[in-house]
Design a protein around this ligand. Structure first.
Ligand code: EPZ
Length: 461
C-alpha cells in the first residue's frame, strides 16, 4: 500500500466518521467479519514502565527495546523526565534511552498533574529514596477493578527504613537513615509489591528476603534487567526471592518481554469472530495456561518461532470453568476478553475471579447486547476447585450460545474495553464503543491492527 493509498483510506475513514458524527474517542463496528491476518505484539505493558523506572537506579544510561507505543509508557516517560531523567527515543522503533545522570526532585503539583491514570508512580519510591533521599507519590489511578490498596507497598518501604507521610494529594517519603535490607513476607503474591521490594532492595544496605513473592514472567524479566545492572538477586523455590544489596548499579540494555495479555486478547478475538490470527512475538512458555484453556474452549493454535497462530477450527465452542490466579495460573487479565467467546459456547461456563474483587462490571454491557451472564458478588462454591477460595472473590456464570446484537457501550477499563471491541466484532449489526482512550493505555495501535485483520468499522482517523 503506497502512502497515497493509506492517505486516501485515512480521508475516507475521516469522511465516514464525520458523516456519522464520531469523535476520535469512539468507533462504530459492523459485526460479523472474522478477524484474519497477522499482527505483531511488542513489549509487555506490565513490564516496560517498570523497566523504565529501574533505569533511575543506574549511574549510567539505559536502553530499553521493544517498547510498545501505549499511553502508560508516555506517562512514565513524562514522570521520569520531570525528575531530571533524559528520556529520548532511540533510532529503532520501540527503543527508548534513559539517562539518569541528573536526577532531581520534582514539584508535587507537576507530579500530580502528570501521573494521570497510571499506577506506576508508586514504584518510584525506592529509586527516588536511593537517589534523592525523598519521594512524593500522588494518589494512584489504574483500572477500576477493585479497591487496589497499596498497604503491602507501604509496609515494605517502612521495613526498609522509609518514613511514610500521608498527604491530602498523595504520600511523601523520606529515608533519614538510608535504606537497609529487610525480611518481608507478602500477605498475597502481589505483582506491584514484589516490584516495589525489588526496586528498593537492590541498593539497600545488606540482605533482603522476600517471601510469598509474585513470579510472573514480567517480574522475572525485571529481575533480569536488575541483574544486568549489577544487582544480586536469587529466585529461590516456593516464591522466595533473596536480594543482596550492592553499592552501585549501571545502566542496562534490554529487550522487553512480549505482552502476553495483548496476545491472549487477540487470540480471544480470533475465537469469538471465528477467525484466524497470527500473533507475531507471542511465545508459548509464558502463555501455557491460556493455551490449555483456549484449546478446551475449542480453539486451535500453532506455535512458531516468531509467534503463535490462533484460529477457530469450526464446530461449536465448548464451555469451561476458569479460576483466575497468580502466575503460573490463569491470569486475571485474560478472563475479560475470553468472556465474549464464552458467550458463544454451547453450555454454561464458570469464571472464579480470585485476584480482584470487582472485575465483572464490564459484563453488564454484554448482557445488554444479548449475553446471559450472571455475576455472583460473593463468589460460588465449587467442589472441583484447584485454586484456594479468596474472601473477596466473585464468580460469573456464562450461559451460551447467545447471539449478540449491536448496542452503544462505554469502555469501563482496559481489558473490559478490549472485550467490548470483541463483542462489537461478534455481534450482529452495529456497535458503537465510546471512551476508547482507555484501550490505548495497553493496546498499541489497536485500530490499525483491527484494520489489518479485516475488521469492518468506522473510526475518525
Ligand atoms: C499488576 O497490577 C498488573 N498491572 C495488573 O494488570 C494485573 O492484573 C495484576 O498485576 C495481577 O497480575 C500492572 O502491572 C501495571 P497486584 P498490580 O498488586 O501490581 C491486592 C492489566 O489489565 N493488593 O498483584 O496492581 C490487590 O488489591 C492490569 O494489565 C493489596 O491488597 O496487582 C489485588 O487484589 C490490571 N495490597 C491483588 O493484591 C497491595 O498493597 C493483586 O494485586 C497490593 C495489592
Amino acid at each position: 500500500m503506497t502512502d497515497n493509498d493509506s492517505e486516501g483510506l485515512k480521508i475516507d475513514a475521516q469522511k465516514a466518521a464525520t458523516r456519522v458524527g464520531l469523535t476520535s474517542n469512539e468507533i462504530i463496528i459492523n459485526g460479523g467479519s472474522p478477524l484474519k491476518g497477522r499482527i505483531e505484539v511488542r513489549g509487555a505493558k506490565n513490564l516496560a514502565p517498570k523497566a523504565m523506572v529501574a533505569a533511575l537506579l543506574g549511574t549510567s544510561a539505559s536502553i530499553l527495546r521493544n517498547v510498545p507505543n501505549v499511553s502508560d509508557i508516555r506517562v512514565v516517560a513524562g514522570l521520569l523526565a520531570l525528575h531530571g531523567v533524559q528520556v529520548t527515543r532511540g533510532a529503532a522503533e520501540g527503543e527508548w534511552r534513559l539517562d539518569p545522570s541528573n536526577v532531581e526532585q520534582a514539584h508535587h503539583a507537576d507530579i500530580d498533574a502528570h501521573a494521570g491514570s497510571s499506577r506506576i508512580p508508586i514504584l518510584l519510591c525506592g529509586p527516588l529514596l536511593h537517589r534523592l533521599g525523598e519521594a512524593f507519590i500522588p494518589d494512584l489511578g489504574g483500572c477500576r477493578i477493585g479497591d487496589r490498596p497499596i498497604d503491602f507497598h507501604l509496609e515494605a518501604l517502612r521495613k526498609f527504613g522509609a518514613v511514610v507521610e500521608k498527604l491530602p494529594s498523595g504520600i511523601s517519603l523520606t529515608a533519614p537513615n538510608g535504606l537497609h535490607g529487610a525480611n518481608i513476607e507478602l500477605p498475597y503474591p502481589s505483582v506491584g509489591a514484589t516490584e516495589q521490594v525489588l526496586l528498593t532492595s537492590v541498593l539497600a544496605q545488606g540482605q533482603t528476603e522476600l517471601r510469598n513473592a509474585a513470579i510472573e514472567p514480567e517480574i522475572i524479566d525485571l529481575i533480569c534487567i536488575l541483574q544486568k545492572m549489577g544487582a544480586i538477586i536469587t529466585v529461590e523455590p516456593n516464591r522466595v526471592i533473596f536480594i543482596e544489596g550492592v553499592e552501585e548499579l549501571r545502566g542496562y540494555d534490554h529487550r522487553a518481554l512480549f505482552d502476553r495479555n495483548e496476545a491472549a486478547s487477540w487470540a480471544s478475538a480470533a475465537l469469538a469472530t471465528k477467525g484466524d490470527v497470527f500473533v507475531g512475538g507471542a511465545q508459548q512458555e509464558e502463555m501455557m495456561t491460556f493455551l490449555n484453556v483456549f484449546r478446551k474452549v475449542g480453539g486451535d493454535f500453532e506455535v512458531h518461532d516468531d509467534g503463535i497462530r490462533f484460529w477457530h477450527p469450526g464446530g461449536p465452542l465448548k464451555p469451561v470453568t476458569i479460576e483466575t490466579d497468580v502466575h503460573p495460573g490463569f491470569m486475571t487479565d485474560w478472563q475479560q476478553p475470553l468472556v465474549v467467546a464464552l458467550t458463544q459456547a454451547e453450555g454454561v461456563s464458570t469464571i472464579h475471579e480470585t485476584v480482584y474483587e470487582n472485575r465483572f462490571g464490564f459484563t453488564d454491557a454484554l448482557n445488554k447486547m444479548g449475553a446471559n451472564i450472571e455475576v455472583y458478588k460473593d463468589g460460588m462454591h465449587d467442589d472441583a476447585r484447584r485454586v484456594m477460595r479468596r474472601e473477596f472473590e466473585q464468580a460469573a456464570i456464562i450461559s451460551g450460545p447467545t447471539p449478540l446484537t449491536g448496542a452503544e457501550i462505554e469502555v469501563p477499563d482496559l481489558r473490559g474495553g478490549f472485550s467490548y471491541l470483541i463483542a462489537g466484532l461478534t455481534a450482529e449489526g452495529q456497535t458503537k464503543v465510546t471512551n476508547l482512550g482507555i484501550i490505548s493505555r495497553g493496546y498499541e495501535n489497536f485500530i490499525e491492527k483491527l484494520r489489518l485483520l479485516g475488521a469492518d468499522f468506522v473510526y475518525e482517523g
